[in-house]
Design a protein around this ligand. Structure first.
Ligand code: UD1
Length: 419
């Protein structure tokens, strides 16, 4: 298994271009199952989770023609598609559950593996299932699979999500596009990735309207041929902003609409970063002294994203005082803490709150990645640590960060892949 060797502390300076969003690409790719006509998706990030979704679509019968740089996919569905999403594909990525909505909506049956738990929490799919059931899906769980069918087209309904869920909102919107009549979804997640999904579907003729956290969909008979460019990855952008703030860096971050990370920019300004934004660029300079912040709390969009929690924790370790971070989305998302402690961090966990001492002098060490965002946090810590660090299991990073080592090398990070 590949590892990264990082020789810190590193100076960060230069330009970095943000790739397409993984979390926007996944539901958009899943939604292509609704189409009879070809669809072109541009600006896909070249990361492992996208390969997994493309393989899943291929296994269902989609023909996929990739451009040379593998960032544009033309997707053409067969007349007779399969409806079986196997455990071997679904287990590697929870986002695979997003094929359930389109399969049941378009083909009225599916056998989709349950994704199972993961390190950051139990992550059930009960809201996905109950919403689809309201739209007319019948299902039972057998041998780890969701065996689902519907009696013809789904039927529009009013659904009030008991809790805000990104995936359940996406699955329900996709399924409702071809349902008969009107679906009203209340208490929806409104992450920019979901708005990108509905932009894509609307371009293809779906009838979708938003009002706050309510999404109204009037079903159509079919969707038209279309092409869509995926939005920039706001978590990648946020991660590079944290890197610049952490390492007294000076970065130009390109290829994104800065508005998608307004909350993060405001937080980093409070920490002391100097930030200027243009239409599709961010200029960010890290401060000499990082100010601590009390009570950072992860929240659904437009709050601080849970996917940036681990990176912000590294930043708070290097701040000049005490701070705290509360994780309110996932119950077990502090696996990076033990690894950061091995570098010298002083962090105390009380339930879902991390109390962080600050003024940490990280000393390089050998570290183990546990999940996608935790592993990038370890890389950030290694960048500002004294001496050599080795970050193991980099495949976690490859699931969601395109070309991370090249992007980091270009801005001055001494990082090398060990095979
Ligand atoms: C998506 C993102 C992930 C991000 C998360 C929260 C993708 C591919 N992944 O994950 O990167 O960290 O949003 O912003 O876009 N829950 C249930 N039952 C359900 C569904 C969710 O209890 O049926 C719970 C989850 O365990 C979690 C919370 O609801 O505690 C939010 O999860 P959700 O928003 O659904 O996250 P994902 O869509 O899995």
């Amino acid at each position: 298994m590949d590892k990264f060797l990082i020789n810190g502390p590193c100076k960060i300076k230069g330009k970095v271009s943000i790739s397409g969003s993984k979390n926007a690409s996944l539901p958009i790719l899943a939604a292509t199952l609704l189409f009879d006509k070809p669809v072109i998706i541009k600006n896909l990030p070249r990361v492992r989770d996208i390969d997994t979704m493309l393989n899943l679509l291929k296994s269902l019968g989609s023909k996929i023609i990739l451009s040379k740089d593998r960032k544009t996919a033309k997707i053409i569905n067969k007349k007779n598609m399969k409806t079986f999403a196997s455990y071997s594909l679904v287990k590697t990525m929870r986002g695979s559950i997003l094929v359930l909505g389109p399969l049941i909506s378009k083909f009225h049956k599916s056998k989709t593996s349950l994704p199972g738990g993961c390190l950051i929490g139990a992550r059930p799919v009960n809201y996905h299932l109950s919403a689809l059931k309201k739209l007319g899906m019948e299902y039972k769980i057998r041998d780890g699979y969701i065996l689902a069918k519907s009696n013809g087209r789904l039927k529009g309904k009013k659904i009030n999500f008991p809790k805000i869920s990104v995936g359940a909102t996406e699955n329900s919107i996709i399924a409702a596009c071809l349902a008969r009549g009107k679906t009203i979804l209340k208490n929806c997640a409104v992450e920019p990735e979901i708005k990108d999904l509905t932009k894509f579907l609307s371009q293809a003729g779906a009838n979708i309207k938003w009002s706050g956290r309510t999404c109204t969909i009037i079903g159509v008979n079919s969707l038209n041929q279309t092409s869509h460019t995926v939005m920039a990855d706001r978590i990648e952008a946020g991660t590079f902003c944290v890197a610049a703030t952490l390492a007294k860096g000076n970065l130009q971050i390109k290829n994104l609409d800065p508005n998608i990370i307004n909350t993060e920019i405001e937080l980093l300004k409070k920490v002391g970063a100097k930030i200027k934004t243009l239409d599709n660029k961010i200029f960010i300079k890290g401060p000499d002294k990082i100010k601590p912040i009390q009570n950072i709390k992860t929240k659904e969009f437009p709050g601080i994203p849970t996917d940036l929690q681990a990176q912000l924790m590294v930043l708070m370790c290097k701040s000049v005082g005490k701070s705290s971070i509360t994780e309110s989305i996932f119950e077990n998302r502090f696996m990076h803490v033990a690894e950061l402690q091995r570098l010298g961090a002083k962090i105390n966990i009380q339930n879902n709150k991390a109390l962080i001492e600050g003024n940490t002098k990280f000393i390089g060490a050998e570290l183990m990645s546990s999940d996608l965002r935790a592993s990038v946090a370890l890389v950030l810590a290694a960048i500002v640590a004294n001496g050599k660090s080795i970050v193991g299991r980099v495949y976690h990073l490859e699931r969601g960060y395109e070309n991370i080592e090249n992007k980091l090398q270009k801005i001055g990070v001494k990082i090398k892949r060990l095979k």
